[in-house]
Structure formats: C-alpha cells, structure tokens
Write a protein that binds this ligand. Sequence first.
Ligand SMILES: [Zn+2]
Length: 69
Amino acid sequence: MAATAVFAPCPDCGEEIELWSQIKVGEELTCPYCEAELEVISLDPVELDWAYVPPAEDEEDWDEEEEDQ
Ligand SMILES: [Zn+2]
C-alpha cells in the first residue's frame, strides 16, 4: 500500500508543497521553494499558514531607552 501524498499550496509563494500522509495540525515545516516557515492549520482540506514567529526583540534598544529615564 503506497503512502498517500498530500499537497497543499504555500501561502507565501503559492507552490504546491508535498507533505507526508501522517501530517497533523500544528505541524511545522519549511517551504522548499521560498523557505517560509509554515504550520499546518487544517487537515480537510490541508491548509498551510505562516508559523507564528515571535517578533525580534530589540533588547539593546529598550535598555538604552530605560537608562535615559
Ligand atoms: Zn513557499
């Protein structure tokens, strides 16, 4: 019995990404075409969305501002 290939379009570049058949909601992957960080948000049909990436913290900038006060 062959493994079932699952395809879902990348929300960033629109290319169809081949996924493994045992994909789960919340699974994270990287688009092989545009290297976007993606997350599975739905299985029927399979939908991908950008994985949540915490905003970069400019800790040094914050420290400087606090020191000014
Ligand atoms: Zn992509």
